[in-house]
Each structure stands twice: as C-alpha cells, then as structure tokens.
Design a protein around this ligand. Structure first.
Ligand SMILES: [Zn+2]
Length: 268
C-alpha cells in the first residue's frame, strides 16, 4: 500500500504559530518505505497521535531549512534511530541546512544515523531500495536553498512543489507526475513573500497535467478563503482533479482517493 498522511497542513508563520491548522509535514509510505517530508513543529507528536511509528522511518527529507519545515528534524532523527540505540535511516537535506552559519541539523544528532546524510542539489537522484527520490528543480524561495522533489514507486510518480515563487520552467519540471502535492501559502501577491498563489497553481497544472493534485501548507489568506473552495476553483480552471489537504488526511496512491474516516493512519 502506498499513500500519504498529512500530519499537518499549516503554512506561513501565523497559521503555524497559532496552530489554526496543525503543522509537522507529511508522511509518505511508498512501496513499503516510510519517508517523512518537512518535519515542522509537532511532527513527532502528530505522528504518534496518528498511530505512525517514527522508529519505522527509513528516510527524512528537508525540502528547505525554514522552521515550519525543519523544526522537528532533530527529534525525528532521534526517533528514527530508536533514541540512537538502533542507528538506521537516512537524511536528505540542502547544504545550507547542514553547513554554514545557521545549520538546522544538530551535529551530535547526525551521529545517531552514522552521518548517513545526502546533500540535495540540482540533478540529485537516490534509490531507497527501489523507491526513487530526485530533485525536480531548484525552487526560488527567499534566501534559502529549496528543492522541488519527485518520488517514484510502484510505476507511479509523486511530485512535491515545496515553497517557491512562480518562475519559468517550474511547470515543465513537474510534467509526467501522477500525483502532485503543492504548497500554496497565499492568495495574493506580495513581493516580500516568495510563495505560490492559486493563479500560479493553475498555470502549473495546465502544463504539468498530473492526474491528481493535493494542495498543502496553507497560510492565513488561504485558510480564510477556505482551502476546499479554492481547490474547487483551481480544479474548474485547470481541469485537473484537485483537493485540499486536511490535518490527518490520508490519501491512497493505490486507489487515487482520500481514505474515508481517517483516524489512525493506514500507512506506515
Ligand atoms: Zn519556506
């Protein structure tokens, strides 16, 4: 069984710090591998709450170092390695999350996974026992390194458009995806924040043409506009099936549908 569990769908500082929506990233279960993407604040608590076992993780991925994507990375590495007693798993992260003036991954925690860390960069490709993880394109997002990703499993491809502003070449980088998770933080343009708006998502979908899109990482403007309503508008204009992620939502990549009445996660 392959699917995703959204630990939280909060994006942007106000929604995360108020916990108007929960945060913590999303947990992929792909062909038997457990991959945690962007473990923001609450990732450990939300995983356990939803019945997911961090000690079963095989891989943690940071698309970029911003705190709403990385806050729980250290504790999740500790949990993945059984409190350091059972070293296992791998971390994939951009170089500025690991080195430089302001790394977010603690050095002593890195030893818990025997420094099994790979640096994301353009052209990056990795096989996690047959589950492919690759960089689709470098994003344009504030002053940090941010990477859009593609995961391949069971003959399918899942794309992840993390935080970025719109740029030429972005839609093309995600052609050929069956599923696409898109972080859409804002409704209106503001040059101070490099994020996608509904209009940007529609432009991307018209070119990338995935089978199904799940919107994620909602800032205050999107929460106020109601993510479900925004998803319906995007679907109508792009003609691509679109749903809004929700806290605790599980979506099956086998059936292409959300799992109904989710409580404890079926994945992982
Ligand atoms: Zn960010």
């Amino acid at each position: 069984m392959s699917g995703v569990t959204f630990l939280g769908t909060a994006g942007g500082r106000m929604v995360v710090t108020s916990q108007l929506r929960k945060s913590g990233g999303f947990w992929l279960s792909l062909a038997g591998k457990n991959i945690l993407v962007d473990p923001g604040p609450g990732s450990l608590m939300r995983s356990v709450e939803l019945g997911l076992k961090p000690a079963n993780l095989d891989c943690i991925v940071l698309s970029h170092k911003h705190i709403d994507h990385s806050n729980d990375v250290n504790i999740m590495i500790e949990a993945m390695s059984g409190g350091s007693f059972r070293p296992r798993g791998i971390l994939l992260a951009p170089s500025d999350a690991l080195e430089g003036d302001d790394p977010v991954v603690l050095r002593y925690v890195r030893t818990y996974i025997r420094n099994n860390i790979k640096v994301l960069e353009p052209g990056f490709k990795y096989s996690l026992d047959g589950v492919g993880i690759e960089v689709a394109v470098r994003m344009m997002h504030a002053n940090v390194e941010s990477y859009g990703l593609k995961f391949t499993f069971d003959g399918k491809t899942l794309g992840y458009i993390t935080d970025t502003k719109y740029f030429n070449g972005l839609p093309e980088a995600f052609k050929g995806c069956d599923y696409l998770i898109v972080n859409m933080v804002r409704m209106t343009h503001d040059a101070r924040f490099e994020h996608l708006l509904p209009e940007d998502v529609i432009r991307i979908l018209k070119v990338a043409k995935p089978r199904q899109v799940i919107l994620n990482h909602f800032g205050m403007q999107v929460v106020k506009a109601r993510p479900d309503a925004v998803a319906r508008r995007i679907e109508k204009e792009s003609r691509v099936r679109t749903i809004a992620g929700a806290d605790g939502m599980q979506f099956s990549f086998d059936t292409g549908k959300a799992v109904t009445e989710p409580t404890i996660s079926s994945f992982g």
